[in-house]
Design a protein around this ligand. Structure first.
Ligand SMILES: C[S@@+](CC[C@H](N)C(=O)[O-])C[C@H]1O[C@@H](n2cnc3c(N)ncnc32)[C@H](O)[C@@H]1O
Length: 386
């Protein structure tokens, strides 16, 4: 009975979700409007709908309910009521390694093709191990935090006292399962930041010098700038974005981290901003560009089916327009840090080629940070010298 009820809630959510907003936002509204759902019901409903989207475009010709059962089988590592009810012969097999489970699915559904999970094969960077990448969609990414320098012992002690499970994956970095709620345990918000492990790795390319002037030109809520400041607090920072609301979030995060000495400005960088920027010159520019986000779809699997191919071209053009209004403010001999959270070569390697030609930059280093091997996002970073 329970499983039938879970299925009908899932069907209801899928029917109501118009797919033009992030799934997590839709679910928050849905749960507010369906107060009769307890926390366990909400957890199950979220699991089912997220797992369903994790299947991407695999088995698109099968009925929704069958696809959901396949998704549940592939995405879970422990048996559950839902699979036990709808597919009892698979229930005991749920803990098997993913590769074996994929073979079992193929045996029952000959049309199952792992590559259909991610329908953009032709666009993927050559550096991506496609099989590992597709398989990673069935595994929920971890939650990562970056501990402010000097605060690691304090944070780790608080977590141990509260009996929260974590893995230390770097001197400043801890990993948690995605459902971990840190808010009630780590109450001093300024001493750590939620930041994906690959994003933290990308930040190691900054290498700022004391008293440098840096510009984080697409700063959003400041994830990269917070890292930069933690690494070199003497850096003079300009942060900008075209969204005023997101810069308000940045302001709050900076204030929690007790960073007050910086400049913040709303700038649309598809436009020439010489009026404001004419006398600026930077020792480093972070261009964490608006992009398809395809390296982060393990966290937002609804995007796999919602994204259309024309969007890739849209983003590459936007990235170029922004670069044209940014690179001129970089001092000669200094780095442009170009970052995307995309796995597409048009946004990454090909964009680096274009940037080098257009602005006479030299590639010091570039890397596709393949987070799918360690339950993290996949990001691209290049350090380009003017
Ligand atoms: C990938 S996000 C940046 C993430 C951020 N650096 C961080 O670490 O949290 C890209 C940002 O570019 C901004 N953006 C998009 N179009 C822009 C434009 N025309 N001018 C300036 N910023 C833009 C978006 O608002 C978004 O916040």
């Amino acid at each position: 009975m329970k499983a039938i009820h879970q299925l009908s809630t899932f069907q209801n959510i899928l029917k109501q979700y118009s797919q033009n907003e992030p799934l997590h936002r839709f679910l928050a509204t849905y749960y507010r409007q369906n107060k009769q759902m307890g926390s366990k019901d909400r957890r199950t409903a979220s699991r089912l709908i997220y797992n369903y989207f994790r299947l991407g475009k695999a088995l698109v010709n099968e009925p929704i309910e069958e696809r959901l059962i396949v998704a549940e089988f592939l995405c879970n590592t422990e048996t559950n009521d839902f699979i036990a009810h709808f597919k009892p012969n698979w229930n005991q097999l749920v803990p098997l390694p993913l590769k074996e489970k994929i073979n079992l699915v193929k045996a029952e559904y000959p049309d199952f093709n792992l590559a259909d999970v991610f329908p953009f094969q032709n666009y993927i960077s050559d550096k991506v191990d496609q099989e590992a990448f597709y398989q990673s969609f069935f595994i929920q990414p971890d939650l990562f935090i970056r501990m402010q320098r000097g605060q690691d012992n304090r944070i780790i002690n608080q977590l141990k006292v509260a009996d929260i499970k974590f893995t230390q994956v770097g001197p400043q970095t801890l990993a948690f399962t995605n459902s971990t709620n840190l808010d009630q345990v780590l109450t001093d918000k300024g001493i750590y930041e939620v930041q994906d492990l690959s994003s933290q790795k990308a930040c190691t390319y900054f290498k700022p010098q004391k008293w440098d002037k840096w510009w984080d030109c697409c700063a959003a809520s400041g994830g990269k700038s917070l890292y930069l400041h933690d690494e070199e607090p003497t850096v003079k920072l300009l942060v900008s974005d075209n969204r005023a609301s997101i810069l308000e979030n940045l302001k709050e995060r900076f204030s929690l981290a007790r960073i007050t000495n910086y400049q913040r400005k709303v700038l649309d960088l598809t436009l020439n901003q010489a009026l404001f920027l004419h006398d600026y010159e930077f020792d480093g520019i972070i261009l964490d560009a608006p992009c398809s986000g395809s390296g982060t779809w393990g966290r937002t699997p609804e995007m796999i089916t919602q994204t259309e191919e024309y969007k890739i071209k849209f983003y590459t053009e936007l990235q170029r327009k922004i670069a044209l209004n940014v690179v001129k403010y970089l001092k000669v001999g200094k780095p442009l840090i170009y970052i995307t959270c995309s796995v597409f070569k048009a946004e990454n390697e090909e964009q680096v080629e274009w940037l080098c030609k257009q602005f006479n930059l030299v590639v010091e280093s570039q890397e596709l940070i393949t987070g799918y091997n360690y339950k993290a996002d996949t990001l691209f970073v290049a350090r380009l010298i003017k």
